[in-house]
Design a protein around this ligand. Structure first.
Ligand SMILES: [Zn+2]
Length: 89
């Protein structure tokens, strides 16, 4: 099976080589605009305000998504376990 993540990694590695020539500096890329940034940059965005804001928003969305998945999973589990518990009482 083709691992999409690995393919993406490979493509980004290749394009890195193409764009940065032969110098092989250790660096990361802004996860929003993909500009090279310092390897110590945390969170993984450049100093562009737009990128910082977008990253912020994305992280909040992700947290919210996880919360909703948790809630749905809880409801899903309860719809199985709930009746069993009620039957036992
Ligand atoms: Zn950026």
């Amino acid at each position: 099976m083709v691992d999409a993540k690995k393919v993406k990694e490979k493509i980004s590695k290749v394009s890195e080589k193409v764009f940065s020539g032969s110098k092989n500096q250790a660096h990361k890329h802004c996860r929003i605009c993909h500009k090279p940034i310092s390897i110590n940059a945390e969170p993984r965005v450049c100093k562009n305000v737009e990128c910082v804001n977008k990253n912020d928003r994305d992280e909040r969305n992700q947290k919210q998504m996880r919360l909703w998945m948790f809630i749905f999973f809880g409801l899903f589990a309860f719809s199985f376990v709930g009746p069993l518990i009620l039957n036992l009482i």
